[in-house]
Design a protein around this ligand. Structure first.
Ligand code: ZN
Ligand code: ZN
Length: 407
């Protein structure tokens, strides 16, 4: 039983509701999933509430819970996770923000994404380095396209400040204000930095070129999602397992990295659709050669839910099932768990509190009578109803890696 490895495979937003176009089946129920069905048949299944019954999870909070960290205790905002996902070395206590490079004209935001700028953003990043405001160090890093991350590091900072993103165009940015008296310094420093950054960005060559080519300049920063980077016990210390993460999207890499997992980027996954599923599967199999725990994340299922595209969601699950076939080779030595982080029903175009199907398969698992992986088949499963925080302990227990409570 020693050195059993663990794989947690998560399809973001996979859960759904019955859809008339699919004969009142869900995309997962309607999809052709011989591999997942085989695993359900060999394993044990159930329904998962990642945060709690009746709670609609965000992706970040749901991932924290699945990794065994109580989001009600450690979560203060999405910013630190997004920032960590851009490879910015976030430290506990840092205040991080999700940031957009935007276009401002005559005081109004005319494009929140600066014409979806994709080239020349490194120049903006370089120009905004080594800025110190009062005694606060400002760290700015560009991500994909117009996205960026911003971190404030210094004494006396809190995440209790508002955003300046008006969320719609042709409006002035909203002033950043403190929502508690402790937040006043943070608001003051942030407002000052945004003014300084706007002055610097205005004069950059990349923006002059964009204006010449009739493109919108990236001359303003919109910030939101303030959060204080939590101090989390490292995954390896918490569970005694070395861990790696294979994901495309920055947020998921960010959560995993703040939990102390190594990020395996040796794949061509995109964090959306289209993606390269086979390269992610081979990457995660490599991760499992090195580490005792691996986390694999696929995002497209959530995107299809937000876009209300049930057929495409089903077809993407077909593709996932084909891609994961090699995982069968890891059985039964490896304990594999397949689930999602929340439901994203197409009809709602957003996350919901509906539970998710979950399966665990590997040596010694007491299989139940469920032979199909889907929202309704697993209602009869032997795991019953699980909470997110219970998933890792149950996986460890099944793999024979828990210590005895008592004697
Ligand atoms: Zn999600
Ligand atoms: Zn989502």
């Amino acid at each position: 039983m020693q050195n059993r490895k663990l794989l947690l495979f998560l399809m973001d937003g996979v859960g759904d509701r019955p859809i008339p176009e699919l004969n009142n089946r869900t995309p997962l129920e309607a999809a052709k999933t011989p591999t997942m069905d085989k695993m359900a048949q060999m394993g044990i299944t159930g329904q998962l509430h990642t945060i709690g019954r009746g709670v609609t999870p965000g992706s970040d909070t749901a991932h924290l819970a699945l990794f065994g960290y109580n989001p009600f205790e450690v979560y203060t905002g999405r910013g630190p996770f997004e920032a960590a996902g851009t490879d910015l070395p976030v430290k506990p206590g840092d205040i991080a923000f999700r940031t957009n490079m935007a276009t401002i004209k005559e005081g109004k935001i005319i494009d929140r994404r600066a014409g979806r700028i994709s080239e020349g953003t490194q120049q903006i990043e370089s120009a905004l380095q080594n800025i110190l405001i009062e005694d606060v160090e400002v760290i700015f890093k560009v991500g994909v396209d117009h996205r960026a991350a911003l971190v404030l590091r210094g004494p006396g900072l809190t995440s209790t400040v508002t955003a300046n993103d008006p969320k719609i165009e042709n409006k002035e940015p909203t002033p950043i204000i403190a929502t508690s008296s402790e937040g006043e310094k943070t608001a003051r420093v942030l407002n000052q930095f945004i003014r300084t950054a706007a002055d610097i960005m205005e004069g950059l060559e990349v923006n002059k070129e964009r204006i010449e080519k009739n493109k919108l300049p990236a001359n303003y920063l919109l910030v939101r999602g303030a959060g204080k980077a939590p101090h989390l016990e490292r995954f390896q210390t918490k569970y005694g397992l070395t861990a790696e993460c294979v994901a495309g999207g920055g947020l998921y890499k960010g959560v995993a990295s703040i939990c102390g997992m190594r990020i395996n980027n040796e794949h061509k996954g995109t964090g959306g659709v289209p993606t390269d599923l086979p390269s992610k599967i081979s990457a995660v199999m490599k991760s499992l050669e090195r580490a005792q725990f691996a986390f694999l994340h696929v995002k497209g299922t959530d995107n299809m839910g937000h876009d209300n595209k049930p057929i495409q969601k089903m077809e993407f699950i077909d593709e996932i099932d084909i891609a994961i076939e090699p995982l069968l080779e890891l059985l039964p030595e490896t304990l594999i768990c397949i689930t999602g982080d929340h439901s994203t029903p197409c009809i709602l175009r957003d996350h919901s509190s509906d539970p998710l199907p979950i399966l665990m398969v590997g040596e010694g698992v007491r299989s139940d009578h469920v032979s199909e992986f889907g929202e309704r088949p697993v209602m009869k499963g032997g795991l019953g109803h699980l909470m997110g925080l219970e998933v890792l302990p149950i996986m460890l227990g099944l793999a024979g890696q828990t210590t005895k409570f008592g004697s």
